[in-house]
Design a binder for this molecule. Sequence first.
Ligand code: MN3
Length: 204
Amino acid sequence: MFTLPELPYSYSSLEPHIDTETMQIHHDKHHATYVKNLNDALEGHTDLLNMDIEVLLSDLNKIPDEIRTKVKNNGGGHFNHSLYWEVMGPNCGGVPSGKLMEQIEKDFGDFPTFQEKFSAAAIGHFGSGWAWLVKANGKLEILDTVNQDTPLSDGKTPILLLDVWEHSYYLKYRNLRADYVKAWWNITNWKKVAELYEKVGDIT
Ligand code: MN3
């Protein structure tokens, strides 16, 4: 069984960048629904229900045909949101440090260039989806995915992601996704992203 993780901070912690009501609906309704639908889709498939979500999504071919799309969508919704809550936080923002910063500078030139490219991926993504910073083949890469697709299914390991579904910003920012993306850099939890980066480093 998959369970809804608690937010690592209060609903109002990300104010004024993400408003309290958006956090409540996003976590308690949207994310909770993905978890429920994932468990429902996997009913009777005990082996799959007991898997770590990362393992489940890393090879979609092991999921029976008749439930694969439901599991991809709702499992992706569960994994993506779980990680999204973690890479944000109060008293965050700024710039990364250490090995992560060195890698960003190596792969993108400098931090502002990285930030600009990531923002462009998030703002330019058509429709619902996510922008990502992933580690693949020993380097960092920016990409975007549709719906609840996750780079795990392509063998890439995410270390940062931004939800650009309208439900993540519409109450406060309305149609102005670019303003949400700009504000989001104030709550990016670089400490957590660095942890994720160094964890991947150990296994590649
Ligand atoms: Mn969402």
